[in-house]
Design a protein around this ligand. Structure first.
Ligand SMILES: NC(=O)c1ccc[n+]([C@@H]2O[C@H](COP(=O)([O-])OP(=O)(O)OC[C@H]3O[C@@H](n4cnc5c(N)ncnc54)[C@H](O)[C@@H]3O)[C@@H](O)[C@H]2O)c1
Length: 451
């Protein structure tokens, strides 16, 4: 009988863990787990189930788990007609019980990463999910963080939670970061055809992570480390934050000197190189652009570097809801109506066109600011039937019919340019329309006031 010394045994385990996981992924026998079944996690889980893997989702929200197990989607980009058959044939299931991890080969983590009021990253969701996962973590597993975060989270925060003397990264288990780039509501790009960047703690981690995503996603882009992968996402979102900040500042300048900013951008965009159009608007929204760059500024501040572009763009973008409310007030003044006591109808409260997500939506700021100036506010949104009270919306509101709301208002403000709105009918019935999105491009009417 061949006797292996300690070193040889370790090599054996290392080869085994990597090789065994590789084979399981190649043959689609790997048991896949996704922790956090929201806008990011559910579409990802569905893609792996569609690719032939058995997928278990874990979420702390029992309502989501119940809906998924009933084959009912609660995310707009995942049709129930796609989800239900996967649940029916046993390719997908969900649970609130983390002990399911004991049976899993891979785990993707897609839990929220908000900012605290002080703009410090709130890592509590990642920490709490990883603490639970660590209890059942075992040799041969691949763990991938997908939540957007600051560079260093995977190696500084996560790795120590999983590594043990008998469980070495790159040998007995594999750890990666892969930024999620999903764009809710985008009909052309969804999880499966958005290239997936992945970086591991070790080359073996990157290799196995890339192999794994390659089974469900068309293009995989391996990078040299988890920190590079974390930084990629922050560069992408900082690029958008700053360019939107720039174009919002250009819009403020154009407004002051009487130039139509939309016409300027459309003409500039005819340049076939060196220019990419960004558009002004009522402010930033969503779970990414207004938040992610501040992860970077928080991290770099610790290294003694002020992220000045980020802070400036954040300030300018944050002024836009105030500018919109001033516009409404000035437009009403032209009709000798004070904003106080006027009826203002907000069209669209989701943070962007054709989606149902109101997180960080500038519409909430606009409603809040209008309320502070004693306007009577109503709203319409085909995707958001109700607004719950929160820090911005002081009382619950229900959407009204867009044409009725417009006809009854002293001023209509287009905050989100959903395609479902009948803009011609809205303009016809309104007294005054403030358009913050150029939704009324091509319309000519004295009633229209553009951003
Ligand atoms: N929504 C987007 O468009 C988008 C795009 C790219 C990246 N991201 C990033 O992806 C991450 C997730 O965002 P999202 O939009 O999917 O959030 P979400 O709120 O829609 O979903 C997160 C889910 O995680 C669950 N959850 C919270 N704590 C948990 C825990 N400890 N264990 C298990 N489940 C838990 C919540 O119940 C929820 O269902 C964030 O870091 C976000 O910045 C989001």
């Amino acid at each position: 009988m061949q006797v292996l010394d300690y070193k040889d045994t370790n090599i054996e385990i290392e080869v085994n863990c990597f090789e065994q996981l590789r084979k399981k992924i190649e043959t689609r026998r790997a048991k896949v787990c996704v922790v956090g079944l929201g806008y990011v996690g559910l579409p990802l889980a569905v893609e792996f189930a569609r690719a032939g893997f058995n997928v278990t989702g874990i979420d702390i929200d029992p309502a989501k788990v119940e809906a998924l197990n009933g084959g009912k989607s609660y995310i707009q980009d995942v049709p129930t007609s796609v989800l239900a058959p996967l649940v029916k044939v046993g390719k997908m299931r969900a649970t609130t019980d983390f002990s399911a991890i004991a049976e899993m080969d891979t785990v993707n983590i897609a839990v929220p990463t908000p900012l605290r009021k002080t703009k410090d990253p709130d890592m509590s969701y990642i920490v709490s999910a990883c603490e639970q996962i660590a209890k059942y973590f075992h040799p041969g597993m691949l763990a991938i963080l997908e939540s957007t975060t600051y560079p260093g989270t995977t190696d500084e925060l996560m790795l120590p939670m999983f590594e043990r003397p008998d469980l070495k990264v790159g040998e007995h288990f594999f750890l990666c970061f892969s930024p999620e780039r999903v764009d809710p509501g985008n009909p052309n790009f969804q999880t499966s055809n958005i290239p997936k960047v992945v970086g591991g703690i070790t080359p073996a981690c990157t290799e196995i992570g890339a192999l794994f995503y390659g089974k469900a996603i068309e293009n995989v882009v391996p990078v040299g480390s988890t920190r590079v992968a974390e930084m990629v996402k922050l560069l992408e979102n900082t690029f958008r934050l700053i360019n939107i900040g720039l174009v919002n500042e250009i819009a403020l300048m154009c407004d002051r000197i009487g130039i139509n900013v939309w016409e300027v951008i459309d003409a500039a965009a005819t340049k076939p190189f060196g220019f990419m159009p960004f558009y002004p608007g009522p402010g930033l929204g969503g779970h990414c652009i207004p938040i992610d760059p501040f992860y970077l500024s928080w991290k770099t501040k610790q290294a003694g570097i002020e992220a000045r572009f980020i802070e400036l763009a954040g300030y300018i973008n944050g002024q836009m809801p105030h500018f919109v409310v001033d516009k409404i007030q000035n437009a009403l003044n032209d009709y000798e109506k004070p904003l106080k006591g006027s009826r203002v109808h907000v069209l669209g409260v989701a943070y962007k066109r054709d989606i149902d997500d109101v997180r960080e939506s500038p519409a909430l700021d606009v409603i809040h600011l209008l309320g502070k100036r004693s306007a009577i506010v109503t709203y319409s949104d085909p995707f958001v039937p109700k607004l719950r009270p929160d820090g911005f919306v002081s009382k619950a509101m229900e959407a009204v019919d867009p044409l009725e709301g417009s006809a009854e208002a002293d001023c209509v403000v287009i905050v989100t340019d959903h395609k479902k709105f009948d803009y011609a009918a809205i303009v016809e019935r309104s007294r005054l329309v403030v358009d913050t999105r150029n939704a009324l491009k091509g319309f000519t009417s004295d009633k229209i006031v553009r951003l």
